[in-house]
Design a protein around this ligand. Structure first.
Ligand code: AMP
Length: 279
């Protein structure tokens, strides 16, 4: 497994790989890897001849009061996990490499980015689109892999790839969960024992929503109210948002008549967790 912190070096490696007509798969991550990330890597390994994983905690997607500084960084462990999966190249750039002093160009999607997490985290998706564009231009993958865990992010990346003609296939893969339903997330590391237990309420609320919808309840407000009540039964939980939205436009659906995404962001203590379910 090659580890490189240097853009030119990665560009040259990819050039050689592509000259042999190999299919390049790419999994962008912020590290602190878990089974969710590894499921993307495993699929990339199956689909592609050469798999690149990037590890970069991207400062431009964090707000000034967010957890950029304390975001978990576990490179040694990540490296071992990726080696075990047979990853070909790990791109692990520094902040200075990705954002040199004179950096002044950003990529912004302006329709899907204003709602849900974009509403609570202004500028977040601008940072995501900018870094992913840079990574796409460096790695030039044939296929890029994202998780449904960040449903909105995946939709925005798909939009960006289409709008800006990146010519990359974007695959979105299912959410991997702990046995008790909590979605794997690097931020789960922040939770203490009690919070970790209470965090299972996110998936319980999503499961409740699914049951209600399948049971014929069409009024989103009724479902959201019941979810709120369930979540607030946990004393460390504070709701950022609970939304039932159209899977493509991400706009609120009042009356449920076709496929919807139930999405939520909930603080458990100081830790903001997101999750969603497609019904
Ligand atoms: P992150 O390191 O949090 O930026 O995540 C990198 C990629 O892994 C993103 O495409 C995420 O959607 C995906 N991912 C994170 N958690 C999970 C999970 N529990 N299941 C599936 N994919 C995930």
């Amino acid at each position: 497994m090659i580890i490189s912190r240097n853009i030119k070096n990665v560009v040259n490696i990819i050039k050689k790989v592509k000259s042999k007509k190999k299919i390049v798969g790419f999994v962008p991550t912020m590290g602190a890897l878990h089974k969710g990330h590894l499921s993307l890597v495993k699929t990339a390994k199956k689909d592609c001849d050469f798999v690149v994983v990037s590890i970069f905690v991207n400062p431009t997607q964090f707000g000034p009061k967010e957890d950029y500084k304390k975001y978990p960084r576990t490179f040694k462990k990540d490296k071992k996990l990726l080696e075990r999966e047979g990853v070909d190249l790990v791109f692990y750039p520094t902040v200075k490499t990705m954002y040199p002093k004179d950096f002044s160009t950003y990529v912004q999607e302006v329709f899907l980015s204003n709602v849900l997490c974009g509403d609570s985290r202004p500028g977040h998706f601008k940072g995501v689109c900018t870094v992913v564009s840079k990574l796409f231009n460096i790695v030039k993958p044939d296929i890029a892999y994202f998780g449904q865990k960040d449903y909105q992010q995946a939709q925005i990346i798909k939009r960006m790839v289409a709008d800006l003609n990146f010519g990359i296939k974007v695959k979105v893969l299912p959410i991997i969960r702990e046995p008790d339903g909590l979605a794997f997330s690097s931020r789960n590391m922040y939770l203490d024992k009690i919070e970790r237990k209470q965090a299972t309420i996110l998936f319980k609320a999503l499961t409740l929503a699914k049951q209600l919808i399948k049971g014929g309840i069409k009024d989103s407000n009724i479902i959201i109210k019941k979810m709120k009540k369930l979540i607030l039964s946990q004393d460390f939980a504070k709701i950022d948002y609970i939304k039932i939205v159209d899977p493509k436009t991400l706009r609120d659906v009042e009356k449920i008549e076709k496929k919807v995404v139930v999405a939520l962001a909930v603080f458990i203590g100081k830790t903001r967790l997101i999750d969603n379910i497609i019904v």
